[in-house]
Design a protein around this ligand. Structure first.
Ligand SMILES: [Zn+2]
Length: 475
């Protein structure tokens, strides 16, 4: 007896799209069969998915929940936590979120994980994991601790090559320490997840624009510019190349220079992967001039329309593998409270509309196949981050994380209809499909607008990066 059959939908499987019935037993997918081949009375419940798309739950590999950001007046802004953001994600068809834990001065990797568990365990309706973020001068014993963390199921290490803002210290890791980290990653099978900007160029541009009194946030693209992405990507990719076996995931690629640097590394056969953000694919620096233009901003920054074209090209050419949000869920007031190049709030609100909006941009407007769309919003993240085939696949034995998309749904995105906050960068964006059922490990979490999840439902996902990903085999 199955617990559930999702019947008659167009199912996006690893082998292509097939019209099929998907049967669930407990938390896993038990069978994929020709429509009608599984008798209806063999399941406790049947969901009719005729005319709908059945895909694996979305995976957002780059979010920040319950995150502290300093407001311009020096008081902390603590963003929405996993309970709230996870609810919005489930409404939007995303079932797994990967956030960060902070390995700070004097602490151990284990303490970093445990202190973040306090923010998540019992508070997350979505399944979740953390990248370990090196956050300051690594302690002398850091290599050993990193090796242990990788073996214990925490295989991704976040590294910044910049402090991002002149007012901030402690993010940037020097290249000697990065070199040492890469040796551990390569030996132990870890993956570096990288925020690369050239700190000299960025800080130089801050000083220059402040000197010239051009501090309005509309100028952010001049500060976090294409040259910075070019130099920083090439420097860290060259460092990775010098330590054979180092695999990297370049976060929030924003410029054509970054796309080209990754493409070159991949042509050499190096295991380098690219991520961009939803709004970098749709907005450019011109959008900073619109009312509340900060709502489109995430660090590094929006760039030109040429950069945007290069990013799109990358999504179709095995250079950009994932579309993430860099979620930072706060109110419009807090998102727009900073208005200078050095105090504008980073991050973005978008876990809920990501699947719907990207369907419009990819499938409806650009003719991407359903499979490529699913790769970009789910499957590739599962593969690169060490969750596949448990996550990111409709396949027998995989977790039953399943989304039913209605491709007849028409409308526009409005913040008031979402469950995130009082603004969305996607206000007025056309909808050509929208999730109507979201299932996490066999439990129906959202159905026809009704919410059935609890903050106890989400589970921490220990991960192991596959040898294919570490070797740079095609995804
Ligand atoms: Zn981020």
């Amino acid at each position: 007896m199955f617990d559930l059959i999702i019947s008659g939908g167009d199912v996006v499987t690893p082998r292509g799209v097939v019209r099929a019935d998907v049967a669930v037993s407990g938390e896993a997918i038990a069978a994929i069969a020709a429509v009608g081949a599984l008798p209806a009375d063999s399941a406790k419940r049947v969901i009719d998915a005729k005319g709908h798309i059945v895909m694996p739950g979305g995976i957002d590999p780059h979010v920040h929940m319950h995150h502290t950001w300093m407001k311009p007046d020096g008081t902390p802004l603590v963003t929405a936590g996993p309970d709230h953001v996870g609810r919005a994600a489930l409404y939007g068809g995303t079932t797994t979120l990967i956030d960060f834990c902070f390995w700070r001065d004097g602490g151990t990797a284990q303490q970093a994980i445990e202190s973040r568990d306090a923010d998540f365990v019992g508070k997350s309706p979505c399944d979740f994991a953390y990248h370990i973020m090196l956050h300051s001068e690594p302690p002398p014993q850091f290599s050993g601790q990193l090796a242990e963390a990788i073996q214990a199921g925490y295989p991704t290490l976040k590294i910044f090559t910049t402090n991002i803002l002149p007012t901030r210290q402690g993010r940037m890791i020097d290249f000697g320490d990065i070199w040492e980290a890469f040796q551990v990653l390569a030996k132990e099978g870890g993956l570096g997840v990288i925020h690369a900007e050239d700190n000299d160029i960025v800080m130089h541009m801050y000083a220059k624009l402040i000197r010239e009194n051009r501090v309005s946030f509309e100028n952010l693209a001049e500060v976090h510019n294409q040259l910075s992405e070019d130099l920083s990507f090439r420097r860290i990719l060259r460092l990775a190349e010098s330590v054979p076996g180092t695999a990297l995931y370049m976060m929030h690629v924003s410029a054509g220079t970054g796309v080209e640097a990754i493409a070159e590394a991949r042509r050499k056969g190096l295991p380098i992967y690219g991520e961009t953000l939803h709004q970098y694919l749709f907005y450019s620096q011109e959008d900073y001039k619109r009312p509340n233009g900060q709502i489109y901003h995430t660090y590094p920054s929006l760039k030109s329309q040429d950069d945007q074209r290069a990013l799109w090209h990358g999504t179709a050419n095995d250079v950009i593998h994932c579309v993430a949000t860099d979620e930072l869920c706060c109110s419009l007031k807090d998102k727009t409270i900073g208005n200078r190049i050095d105090d504008t709030t980073g991050g973005n609100s978008g876990v809920e509309p990501r699947l719907g909006v990207m369907y419009t941009e990819m499938v409806t407007r650009r003719g991407y196949s359903l499979s490529r769309y699913v790769d970009l919003v789910s499957t590739n993240a599962a593969k690169i981050m060490g969750l596949y085939p448990r996550k990111g696949a409709i396949a027998v034995g995989s977790d039953a994380d399943i989304v039913v998309l209605d491709p007849t749904r028409r409308g526009k995105v409005h913040a008031a209809d979402l469950h995130e906050t009082d603004y969305t960068p996607w206000e007025g964006h056309d909808i050509f499909a929208w999730p109507v059922v979201t299932i996490l490990r066999g439990k129906v979490m959202v159905e026809d607008g009704k919410y059935f999840a609890s903050p106890n439902d989400g589970r921490y996902l220990k991960r192991k990066i596959s040898s294919e990903v570490l070797n740079g085999a095609p995804l």
